[in-house]
Design a protein around this ligand. Structure first.
Ligand code: PRX
Length: 654
């Protein structure tokens, strides 16, 4: 296969999925997109049918589907914890539900029966601490089994969980609890990260102290095993389980449109953006896509390597696989500890069938070398997946050859925190693959690439990626229509309802969508989202800083990297000391994973006559590209003065 300089295939020869895969695929109807089109929106009943309902729904989509409110599975009532746990007991109570691989090589196994017992006991404990339906419970934990257990315990009570990625700082945790008015917190004493134990409880305590409202109860899981010092209204997780041993809670039936959880992501403003997902629509959409795209079967061992702190972990480590009754692997550590073959050892040891990861991880595997996967028996693998950012065809091919042995299809799944579940991907038992392109919109999904006037772009032309029909996993604010004013969602355009994803893309003659990246003020680095505004507001808090502009530039290893251009107050020295203070401020304000790759001090920032910072030019500089149009600049001379980018070693990234 031939590539251009960016690694794109010149001659895109589609790759057919192996016949052996197709023969066993969950979905192999070649006409499924047409069928869904004809039967839309009732086609989504196939997703609803994957769940058990306490009360059946009256309509797959109430409200016509052209204008909000969009009420998916209206009238239906269900409980997510029941769907992920209880209903599997008859057929597979002793099958492994969660296979946990600890950082230090320890393992733990939870069968569906174990999971049922612990979810119940913890749900009883939460209720005894005062948690009721609709209360927001914040979960601030790393990749330990107690995190999905706490999620399911909340879901059992109809409480709304708010998982905050464990690497976030105390102040980032506090702002997420504050906004959600969350009065309950579940955390742990600490956890291992790159050889050292971090003190998670300390961060949680600092967050609690800074809140305006009271926290009624904090539950602390002992991960490190050291003696814990519990203060007032703080409870040890293990003690609570002992106190409620053998007790059970009847799952609380929720309306399909009731919230299941909320998750904060980076939007286009300085503040984190809350996205709330519903119980029925979200769960049906994740279960359907885990089945149709990730080809998950109950007898599989399935591993999605994402952290539960982000949406991928919610949808495809916890809810999707458990709703289907499979075995989901949970890995606490990093891929290079103790050796660079850790991932392949976990796959071999557990005979993993389906592996779902991010391009940033695959690029690291590629850099370490094919000898690491080659050392292990990966023949159990049937399907590979990727998510989070565009995958370069060279990287795709490496994954295909060295991990999949050229016998596993790869699904390149495009979706977002807002979509809740996969919306664009090949169906591995139906579609040919084109490396570098995600594929066509899934059956039942309306996705298009449009120009600035909202008209579909011509083949190969770049435009905005929009979803122009509602989908089951859509966020509550988008479904009710109430979020449009406050949630930063785009308004309805003249020719009908649509959601603009904030991504740029092209479509080829077969309808395959190639996603190019973000076009709004969000930077996507190593599969994680950062708001340029949020970073800028932290940086300008540092004494001596006048202005800051944060952009995403190209990076050889991570694909994208965050660059901060900082102008200083008069006579303030732009030295390493100031650079360290900026890094510290970002670490405290957000977390270590958000520290910019490079901080460039500059006398001024390139601005238009009206004072708007021209970020595009800063991106060009970071990428070493020829500068775009500079005629609108009021200070063109500044471009020559902006120094070359200083790279920081990203090794201590969280
Ligand atoms: O830019 C797209 C990129 O990730 C963004 C969504 O980020 P987040 O909400 O954090 O969710 C990440 C995991 C679902 C998108 O707007 N993105 C996600 N998947 C892909 C992708 N870009 C290209 N190809 C993908 N497969």
């Amino acid at each position: 296969m031939e590539h251009d300089a960016d690694g794109r295939l010149l001659d895109r020869e589609p790759i057919e999925p192996p016949a052996s895969f197709v023969a066993q695929a969950n979905v192999r109807e070649s006409g499924i997109r047409r069928t869904f089109e004809r039967e839309w929106p009732d086609c989504w009943e196939r997703a609803g049918d994957l769940l058990d309902w306490d009360r059946g729904y009256d309509a797959v989509l109430a409200g016509g589907g052209t204008e909000p409110p969009f009420r998916w599975f209206a009238g239906g009532r269900l409980n997510a914890s029941y769907n992920c746990v209880d209903r599997h007991l008859d057929e597979r109570k002793n099958q492994v539900a969660i296979q946990w691989e600890g950082r230090l090589g320890e393992t733990e196994t939870y069968t569906y029966l174990d999971l049922y017992r612990e979810v119940n006991e913890f749900a009883v404990a939460l209720r005894a601490l005062g948690v009721e339906a609709d209360d927001v419970v914040t979960l601030y934990m790393p990749m330990i089994p107690e995190l999905p257990i706490a999620m399911l315990a909340c879901a059992r009570l109809g409480a709304v969980h708010n998982v905050v990625f464990a690497g976030f700082s105390a102040s980032a945790l506090a702002s997420r609890m504050e906004r959600a008015e969350s009065r309950f917190l579940v955390t742990c004493d600490g956890y291992y990260r790159r050889g050292a134990a971090t003190n998670q409880k300390n961060k949680a305590d600092n967050a609690r102290i800074s809140l305006d409202h009271d926290v009624e109860a904090t539950v602390v899981v002992s991960r490190l095993g050291d003696e814990m010092h519990l203060g007032e209204r703080q409870y040890g997780y293990a003690d609570l389980l002992t106190a409620h041993e053998g007790e059970r809670v009847t799952p609380v039936a929720r309306d399909a449109t009731d919230p299941l959880f909320l998750i904060y992501t980076s939007g286009t403003t300085g503040a984190p953006k809350a996205v709330t997902h519903t119980t029925g629509g979200y769960l049906a959409h994740v279960a359907w896509t885990a089945r149709a795209v990730l080809d998950v079967k109950p007898e599989d061992t399935y591993w999605c390597s994402a952290d539960i702190g982000w949406i991928t972990g919610h949808s495809y480590v916890v809810y999707g696989p458990l709703a289907l009754g499979t075995t989901t692997v949970l890995y606490e550590g990093t891929p290079d500890h103790p050796e660079k073959d850790r991932v392949w050892r976990i796959i071999e040891r557990n005979a993993v069938d389906v592996f779902y990861t991010a391009p940033t991880a695959i690029r690291a595997f590629m850099k370490w070398g094919a000898e690491y996967p080659a050392r292990n028996d990966l023949s159990s693998l049937r399907l590979l997946g990727t998510v989070g950012e565009p995958i370069n065809p060279r990287v795709w091919e490496w994954y295909y050859a060295h991990v999949g042995g050229e016998s596993c299809p790869i699904v390149d799944t495009w979706w977002q925190t807002e979509t809740g579940a996969i919306v664009i991907s090949t169906l591995p038992g139906v579609d040919a693959m084109k490396p570098g392109s995600a594929g066509r919109p899934l059956p039942g999904i309306g996705a298009r690439v449009v120009d600035g006037d909202g008209e579909p772009t011509a083949v190969g032309e770049t435009g905005h990626l929009v979803l122009d029909r509602p989908w089951p996993g859509m966020p509550a604010a988008l479904a009710t229509g109430e979020g449009w004013a406050s949630g930063g969602y785009p308004r309805r355009s003249a020719d009908g309802w649509r959601y603009a994803a904030g991504d740029e893309a092209t479509v080829d003659a077969d309808g395959y969508v190639t996603v190019l990246g973000r076009i709004d003020d969000v930077v996507n680095v190593a599969g994680r989202r950062f708001s340029t505004m949020e970073l800028e507001s932290r940086i300008v808090e540092v004494e001596g800083v006048a202005e800051a502009a944060v952009i995403g530039g190209d990076d050889r290893d991570t694909g994208r990297a965050v660059y901060a251009y900082v102008s200083l107050e008069r006579d303030y020295p732009g030295d390493d000391c100031l650079r360290a203070r900026i890094e510290e401020r970002v670490r405290e304000g957000i977390g270590p994973m958000a520290i910019p790759e490079a901080i460039v001090f500059t006398p001024d920032l390139p601005k238009t006559r009206s004072g708007k910072i021209m970020r595009r030019l800063l991106e060009d500089i970071a990428n070493g590209e020829a500068l775009g149009d500079t005629s609108a600049l009021r200070n063109p001379e500044i471009l020559g003065e902006i120094e070359s980018v200083v790279r920081r070693d990203p090794a201590d990234e969280e």
